[in-house]
Ligand binder design. Structure first.
Ligand SMILES: [Zn+2]
Ligand SMILES: [Zn+2]
Length: 179
């Protein structure tokens, strides 16, 4: 499940751009102690630009994740989209080795060589997924969650428990009545 993007043409001359579209099946991963699966392949749509000593990539990562709603605890599929940006510097154009060491300290600096026809962006794609991962996933912004009394899923069952706390449905009703 490595993602490699073709750079064979774009690297030929400064100023050249190329759009690359990739698709790859990713294995499940763990985040916040929970296992998350992909319900569709990871798609990358990126425009590469040859900026001279570096190749710039800008685009997006799209996929679908199977998550657990933090309110009603039901699994749901989230359409995921995150912005992707990366930079690969040409190692053969770097004269002083100390530059490489200095840059290695910087975050996100990657290198390619004149002979390379592709670069591995797997790490960058994972970073986009983790950085845009929802802390409190919701199956729906209006998810009613579980009833604190009977534990029923209030999206499905209208239980007869008395709810003392403000229920979002009552707020809607109030607005409708006063409006
Ligand atoms: Zn929910
Ligand atoms: Zn209830």
């Amino acid at each position: 499940m490595a993602m490699r993007v073709y750079i064979g043409d774009v690297k030929k001359e400064v100023g050249r751009t190329a759009r690359e579209i990739l698709e790859e099946t990713f294995d499940p991963f763990s985040v916040f102690g929970e296992k998350v699966a992909f319900s569709s392949p990871v798609k990358v749509n990126v425009v590469l630009t040859n900026c001279g000593s570096e190749l710039l990539g800008e685009g997006k990562v799209q996929t679908e994740l199977v998550l657990t709603c933090s309110r009603c605890l039901e699994p749901f599929v989230l359409s995921f989209e995150g912005a992707l940006r990366f930079e690969f510097r040409n190692l053969d154009l770097i004269v002083r080795p100390s530059d490489v060491e200095a840059e290695a300290e910087e975050e996100g600096v990657r290198y390619f060589r004149d002979d390379d026809t592709s670069v591995d962006i797997t790490r960058e794609v994972w970073e986009v997924i983790f950085m845009n991962f929802p802390m409190k996933p919701l199956c729906d912004a209006a998810c009613l969650g579980l009833c604190p009394s009977c534990g029923g899923n209030r999206n499905r069952v209208l239980c007869r428990c008395r709810v003392d706390t403000e229920d979002p449905r009552f707020q809607v009703l109030k607005k409708w009545k006063s409006g």
